[in-house]
Design a binder for this molecule. Structure first.
Ligand SMILES: C[S@@+](CC[C@H](N)C(=O)[O-])C[C@H]1O[C@@H](n2cnc3c(N)ncnc32)[C@H](O)[C@@H]1O
Length: 448
């Protein structure tokens, strides 16, 4: 079933001791390579994106792109006739009438916002999978529905938690069974779709779900490509060189979350205990709370962290090219892995970079960069996004806060952060809408 879809991908499906199967590279793959490119089988926009993006191809209403509302339900928006017609045939003609009533129902309103999007996604999928309302899989989807139904089901989905679906009135018992089978695979297989790393939809990508297991130190990540009148495309990008025979892994959640949060979410939503390097190190360290902000002890700890992870020469900062940093980190640094430390650092940086003082933003931001470079694998996009924020903060300081340090030193710092951002984000490449971080880097480069 999978072979034709894997042709030309350099990925094969192998046995895995705990996870049934794994996707393995059949040839060496270089950093930044797209290891898999697959269109979405089905998607549903988050509520915040409804009316702002085309429901079919996800383009934003911007410039020449104007969205038109479906006159039937007044709840789906399209950037043109082609998208409207494609989605009408795919599922909307079986959903349009019931949608307003369904989304106003107590049943739907009682769901969390995450489950509401999944309920609509299930409706799309069900309408596509069983177009006649009969329990016979639709043909012509390249076997993707079969692959979806062949996925492992998640532990969290209780059969009674099936959200009533609108495609067909789901009363036919065989169809209810089918809906349950589809829905049981949602929680641990579906993806959150993003543009510039900002979530805007949920999506079903069966082949990627079938192939890739989780690691908190993954060697690949997903990005999403929006093309007018086409289904959004997922690309799985190598974060580093991957050897022949090596398993390709992606993160199912943010690897910077505290280890206990990750472990619990992976157990509850995906049904496995993560034993990756990052989890093993964090569990071995048993982090205690760090000293309070403002104390000499915290200053010393943060200084040690920055010196351990970064190359700092004057105001010029670089990332150390050493993938073993996490594994061999000294025990004295353990408090930086404490659960509240990163969120507190990130919040303080955000506040200071917006409201000042810039000196505090630059100092905290540098510590946060060191922490990101420790807990994320090399070239992880969030490292680049944060380096870009730091470059903008240093640039703003040259304009608004010339007392802080010599403008030339601030410019030098901004250039160094920008070069980290460019390096990391060029590996990730552009995703989603036009503009975004790569465009911001070009603008800032011209100004510096
Ligand atoms: C998206 S699927 C991945 C593909 C799956 N291995 C298969 O053979 O179909 C997600 C499921 O794979 C398993 N899995 C993924 N990553 C794992 C890991 N690091 N350790 C153990 N099981 C894992 C869990 O059962 C999880 O619910």
């Amino acid at each position: 079933m999978l072979e034709p879809l894997l042709a030309g991908t350099h990925i094969s499906l192998e046995k895995h001791s705990k996870a049934r199967n794994k996707g393995v590279a059949t040839a060496p793959r270089a950093t930044g390579t797209a290891l898999l490119v697959v269109p979405a089988l089905s998607t549903a926009l988050l509520q915040a994106a409804k009316g702002r993006r085309c429901d079919n191809c996800h383009r934003l209403e911007l410039g020449n792109v104007r969205l038109r509302k479906c006159t039937g339900c007044a709840s789906y928006w399209y950037c043109g006739r082609e998208c409207q017609s494609l989605q009408w045939k795919a599922h909307h003609k079986r959903i349009c009438k019931q949608y307003p009533r369904y989304t106003a129902s107590a049943e739907y309103q009682g769901l969390s916002s995450h489950d509401q999007v999944d309920a609509v996604l299930l409706s799309h999928l069900l309408a596509e999978a069983f177009p006649d309302g009969l329990y016979t899989l639709a043909a012509g989807k390249g076997g993707l529905l079969d692959i979806f139904l062949d996925l492992l089901s998640g532990p969290a989905t209780h059969p009674s938690s099936l959200p009533v679906s609108l495609g067909q009135q789901v009363t036919d018992p065989t169809l209810v069974t089918a809906a349950r089978e589809l829905y049981a695979r949602f929680g641990n297989n579906n993806f959150v779709v993003h543009s510039h790393l900002d979530s805007y939809a949920h999506g079903v990508f069966p082949l990627a779900s079938r192939l890739f297991n989780h690691s908190c130190v993954p060697n690949a990540v997903t990005r999403y490509i929006i093309t007018p009148s086409e289904a959004v495309r997922m690309e799985v990008i190598a974060l580093r060189d991957i050897a022949e025979g090596e398993e390709v892994t992606i993160p199912y959640l943010d690897p910077a979350l505290p280890v206990e949060t990750r472990q619990q979410a992976l157990r509850l939503n995906y049904g496995f205990t993560c034993t990756c390097l990052s989890c093993r190190v964090a569990q071995r360290m048993q982090p205690t709370p760090p000293p309070h902000r403002g104390s000499t002890e915290l200053d010393e700890l943060e200084d040690q962290l920055r010196r351990y992870v970064l190359d700092i020469v004057g105001t010029v900062v670089g990332l150390r090219d050493d993938p073993g940093l996490l594994e061999s980190m000294p025990e004295s640094l353990a408090p930086v892995l404490y659960e509240s430390y990163l969120p507190e650092l990130s919040e303080t940086f955000s506040k200071a970079s917006h409201d000042g003082p810039h000196a505090e933003a630059l100092s905290i931001g540098l510590t946060l960069l060191a922490l990101y470079a420790l807990v994320y694998p090399p070239n992880y996009p969030q490292i680049g996004m944060h380096a870009l924020e730091l470059a903008k903060t240093a640039w703003n300081a040259t304009v608004t806060d010339s007392e802080l340090m010599a403008p030339s030193a601030l410019e030098e710092a901004a250039k160094a952060y920008l070069s980290i951002a460019a390096h990391v984000l060029n590996i990730y490449g552009g995703e989603g809408d036009e503009g975004g971080p790569l465009a911001e880097i070009s603008v800032l480069r011209r100004m510096l």
